[in-house]
Design a protein around this ligand. Structure first.
Ligand code: MN
Ligand code: MN
Ligand code: MN
Length: 273
């Protein structure tokens, strides 16, 4: 089973439309696909009917745990669920408030119309730091995106932004209430020590979490082994996803991933499909 259960479209920060993403998944031989946009399920309204591969409705929520930004993917969710709508609305409010705060700080530093400017670069999604960076570049306030982040947008300048997100138990609860499976996204990306990752996984499982991404894009075999063991210790299933956003990022190409270890329990075993 070639599954890719973590991808992004233009409904968040991906570069392909949902239909283009689907085409690319077909070309890559993906048999099971989930589009997991940041705090958004808008991609599913745009998706044409699909019969040749299995679509798993999904989403990726931002949350925090012990002051670290953590991402939780919700898979096999009921798109019409009220709990899901509530979760999306909460996260959008948090993003909008955060954008307003950033715009405020930039205005105080003499940047003209920061919110209006950044919104032009946001497409359909919420305004985030990358859009402010693009705007700063476009008006000549920064020579590069990296410079814009360093000089204007890093956490020490615009404040710690994770506090606005719903808590980990709230996110897990909403996903479960929407009939979905909560999954810790890319566990290796948070740079947690081994014991903190263990602790996060334990609290996630206690809150009702059901799986972790044992495979996240191209990764070393020892990472796969460690994450499979972590899942097993906590009675969690194993998910797989590339975290695809656009072409050219070789470590995160649609459908390009190592296989799950033979003894891992695939997350789709939890579902009656
Ligand atoms: Mn992203
Ligand atoms: Mn993520
Ligand atoms: Mn992602």
């Amino acid at each position: 089973m070639l599954a890719d259960l973590h991808t992004h479209s233009t409904a968040s920060d991906g570069k392909l439309t949902p239909a283009e993403l689907l085409e690319r998944a077909r070309a890559a031989g993906v048999e099971m696909l989930s589009i997991t946009d940041h705090d958004s399920i808008a991609a599913y309204a745009e998706l044409p009917p699909v019969e040749d591969l299995r679509i798993i409705a999904g989403v990726e929520f931002s949350t925090w745990w012990q002051r670290v930004g953590i991402h939780i993917v919700g898979l096999n969710i009921d798109l019409g669920s009220a709990a899901l709508a509530e979760a999306v609305a909460h996260q959008h409010r948090a993003r909008d408030e955060r954008a307003a705060r950033i715009a405020d700080k930039l205005a105080k530093r003499g940047i003209p119309e920061p919110l209006v400017g950044a919104t032009r670069f946001a497409g359909q999604g919420s305004v985030g730091r990358p859009h402010f960076a693009e705007y700063l570049l476009s008006i000549g306030a920064a020579p590069t995106i990296e410079f814009a982040f360093r000089k204007y947008l890093d956490a020490t300048r615009v404040g710690n932004l994770i506090e606005g997100w719903a808590s980990l138990p709230a996110i897990v609860g909403w996903i479960r209430a929407a009939g979905g499976t909560p999954v810790i996204a890319h566990p290796n990306k948070y740079k947690l020590t081994r014991s903190r990752l263990e602790h996060l996984t334990m609290e996630f499982a206690a809150a009702g979490g059901q799986a972790i991404e044992v495979v996240s894009g191209l990764q070393k075999p020892e990472v796969t082994r460690e994450l499979a063991a972590l899942a097993k210790r906590h009675g969690l299933a194993a998910s797989v996803g590339s975290d695809f956003h656009q072409g050219g990022q070789v470590w995160a190409q649609l459908g390009v991933m190592p296989a799950l270890p033979a003894d891992a329990r695939p997350v789709w075993d939890l579902w009656t499909l």
